[in-house]
Design a protein around this ligand. Structure first.
Ligand code: NAD
Ligand code: DAU
Length: 339
């Protein structure tokens, strides 16, 4: 099988490439990524010279570039990770979120129609469902929960999901969608909660907790998300939405305390700062459907996953220190300048 993977130089996309390499080494992978501030080619360096791997720098919203790529590669399947993914940035600069997340997805859907691609998988998020109250732990997002996005980011992801559904129904395009909860693990950009807190704690810098830190997120180790996507791609039913999550709800303040304790740093580093605008209170996925239909269950317990993640950031300081210093921006020229 030849799989076109968009956004593969980012956090989850790169983990997915490594998952596919390990589990389906015979498959050909083509990664297309615009290399925005969030994309780092250094992350993919170990596979760049692999004969079953090709990297292409392009924008998924560039119709001509996508049509040329699809015409040349004729992929069997497309997995769309490419997105602007940070809620705080979407509050500051919403337009690019619609351009990439919604319009970019439409360009890919059109290309899939034109070239008869056998499966389009959209990597979506639990944030399309909005949020849940903190005092109703009995409530969960199911695949039937109505879309009710809060931020420009989640609205743009919901727009993409609606387009996917429309292309499936109107044109019979074989589309699947996964809506996953918060991921953590190696290669996550140090603007998101867990890597940001690790990086700041290691530098003895304040850890900015929004509001009281009582908002709840449902954390899943990234490899478990990759395994779910792989299963949906190979065994899932076209036209179906799958929620992905591991019933691992934590308050932000508790996550921060765990990181400080693991690193042997004092809680006096915690700084309560102004809350995020429109801050979603609680996310909680009901994963019963994917378990029942595809047998998926998360393999990594949070206690193990967070330790592995902290260990990874300790062992790979150059990766994230280069990002923080802006050094990684020269990586594309370094790795591809001569090709
Ligand atoms: P990320 O920000 O780490 O990576 C995004 C990647 O997409 C980067 O490599 C970036 O260069 C690339 N990209 C951005 N705009 C592009 C464009 N116009 N054309 C081509 N490439 C472009 O994001 P992530 O956390 O890895 O998230 C990947 C996907 O998973 C996103 O669609 C996100 O909505 C979804 N998701 C993320 C989480 C999470 O917790 N991180 C949870 C559920 C779903
Ligand atoms: O639920 C899935 C979503 O999870 C994905 O769709 C998004 O792409 C991904 O970024 C993530 O969104 P969140 O907004 O939940 O993640 P973030 O790491 O930005 O924040 C997690 C929580 O921590 C949230 O309640 C805000 C809080 N926070 C975050 C940062 C960056 C802080 O308190 N301080 C911070 O500095």
């Amino acid at each position: 099988m030849k799989i076109l993977i968009t956004g593969g130089a980012g956090f989850i996309g790169s983990n997915f490439i490594y998952f596919e390499r390990a589990n389906h080494p015979q498959d050909k992978l083509v990664c297309v990524d615009k290399l925005t501030y969030a994309g780092d080619l250094e992350t993919l360096e170990p596979v760049l010279s692999d004969k079953n791997f090709r990297f292409v720098r392009a924008d998924i919203a560039d119709r001509a570039a996508m049509e040329a790529l699809f015409a040349e590669e004729r992929p069997d399947a497309v997995v769309n990770f490419a997105a602007e993914s940070h809620v705080d940035r979407s509050i500051e600069t919403p337009a690019v979120f619609m351009e990439t997340n919604a319009m970019g997805t439409q360009v890919l859907l059109d290309a899939c129609r034109k070239f008869g691609v056998g499966r389009f998988h959209q990597v979506s998020t639990d944030e399309v469902y909005g949020d849940l109250p903190l005092d109703r732990p009995d409530l969960f997002f199911t695949e039937k929960t109505p879309l009710h996005a809060s931020s420009p980011y989640s609205a743009s992801k919901a727009a993409a999901d609606l387009l996917c559904g429309a292309y499936a129904r109107t044109y019979g395009l074989p589309v699947t969608i996964s809506r996953c909860s918060n991921n953590y693990g190696p290669y996550q950009f140090p603007e998101k909660l867990i890597p940001l807190m690790i990086a700041n704690a290691l530098a003895d810098k304040p850890l900015p907790v929004y509001g009281e830190g009582l908002n709840v997120r449902d954390w899943l180790y990234v490899e478990d998300h990759c395994a779910a996507i792989d299963l949906i791609l190979r065994k899932g039913e076209a036209g179906t939405v799958y929620n992905v999550g591991g019933h691992n709800e934590r308050r932000n303040i508790d996550i921060v305390r765990i990181i400080l304790a693991e690193l042997g740093k004092p809680e006096s580093l915690i700084r309560h700062v102004a809350d995020r605008k429109g801050h979603d209170r609680r996310y909680a996925i009901d994963p019963a459907f994917i378990h029942e239909k595809l047998g998926w269950l998360p393999a990594t317990k949070f206690e193990d996953g967070i330790r592995k993640t902290i260990r990874w950031y300790l062992d790979n300081r150059t990766w994230w220190e280069n990002i923080l210093s802006g050094e990684y921006k020269g990586c594309y020229d370094r790795l591809f300048g001569q090709r």
